[in-house]
Design a binder for this molecule. Structure first.
Ligand code: FDA
Length: 308
């Protein structure tokens, strides 16, 4: 109950333009401010510094320039240019060449063809420099179009990219063999968006059960799968599949369960940390808060000036 109330509350708050402006103006000002637990900072330099620290702990990284749906093609061009600059900065820095992005950021809500063109520009630059590009999965209205775009570009020979499937969605257990048959690298997540009952499991226990079923299929038939979760039960299940540790990776979010991240690395597993950064951090931050009521206390402590 508390879980779902806090989820709804934070999804509503995340929609608020005024709060968003206030938060971007004040929330990230101090390095110790509450949002800094989950977001590496506002600039690519902040993200690279965070990535270096994560790599020094023996982990892999993926940088995500935060941003959600844009409303004009001009804004999509800006976002695409932003990603091209991030690629260049990563090359110069020498950190691992791995990024995650969202298609609505590249203009999917404005014009599908332009979004594909923008993605292609990023993939061209990325492929030439040996990057891996993960296309994040957004809410269910984008699932089919995201998979279709992925398949189209895969058909055009772009192979250094992967998709994400969400166990919360009823359709995902059909999408998994579709992606496995293609040879695609799949990141398995539970799903971060509030979805209607018509398309998603309303109960968390069902989301978890679907995750476990999909995990088994992915570990048996997948292509270097990414088990993206902080759930110890799912992590144990992945380990129990006895797949060699260099044939898959665990993935976790920056600032979440750092203890578990370290334990898995010490046990010889690959752990990739997803490092979000950028000025448009507010919706991402709200999704993280909505996932766990205890995070709200963290925020309140942050506002009161304590360090978390
Ligand atoms: P669950 O929610 O059951 O949490 C298990 C435990 O993890 C909790 O008990 C708690 O200890 C810890 N935990 C989880 N979330 C926390 C938080 N916010 N703060 C503190 N502790 C927390 N989603 C999506 O829809 N599209 C996507 O593309 C991605 N991409 C993505 C990449 C990576 C690398 C990760 C790890 C996750 C995503 N997600 C995502 C988010 C995902 O769908 C999901 O919302 C979160 O991972 C939380 O779910 P868990 O699997 O961790 O399990």
């Amino acid at each position: 109950m508390v879980d779902s109330v806090s989820k709804i509350l934070f999804h509503l708050v995340a929609q608020s333009g005024t709060l968003k402006k206030l938060a971007s103006r004040y929330g990230m000002r101090r390095p110790s401010s509450f949002a800094r637990r989950f977001i590496a900072g506002e600039t690519v330099a902040d993200a690279i510094a965070a990535a270096r620290a994560v790599e020094a702990r023996g982990m892999l990284i993926s940088l995500d320039l935060l941003g959600e749906s844009v409303a004009t093609l001009a804004a999509a061009d800006v976002a695409t240019g932003g990603y091209l600059d991030v690629i260049d900065a990563i090359i110069t820095s020498g950190i691992e060449r791995n990024i995650s992005l969202k298609l609505t950021q590249l203009g999917l809500d404005v014009d599908k063809a332009s979004a594909i063109d923008n993605l292609r520009k990023i993939l061209e630059r990325a492929a030439a420099a040996g990057f891996f590009v993960r296309i994040d999965m957004e809410s269910s209205e984008y699932t089919e179009v995201t998979l279709e775009i992925f398949e189209t570009l895969w058909g055009h020979g772009y192979r250094q990219m992967g998709v994400v499937l969400q166990s919360a969605l009823l359709r995902s257990e059909q999408d998994l063999p579709r992606m496995n048959a293609l040879g695609a690298r799949v990141r398995l997540v539970k799903g971060a968006y509030k979805e209607p009952k018509s398309v998603a499991y309303p109960k968390k226990a069902d989301v978890d059960a679907a995750y476990a079923r999909m995990l088994r299929v992915l570990m048996a038939d997948g292509h270097y799968p990414a088990i993206a979760t902080h759930d110890p039960a799912m992590i144990e299940l992945a380990r129990a599949q006895n797949v060699a540790p260099d044939r898959f990776e665990f993935q976790m979010l920056y600032g979440v369960r750092r203890d578990l991240q370290a334990r898995l690395v010490n046990a010889g597993y690959r752990v990739r940390v997803y490092i979000p950064f950028g000025r448009e951090w507010f919706p991402y931050f709200m999704r993280r808060l909505g996932e766990r009521p205890a995070n709200v206390m963290f925020v309140i402590r942050g506002i009161l000036g304590e360090h978390g």
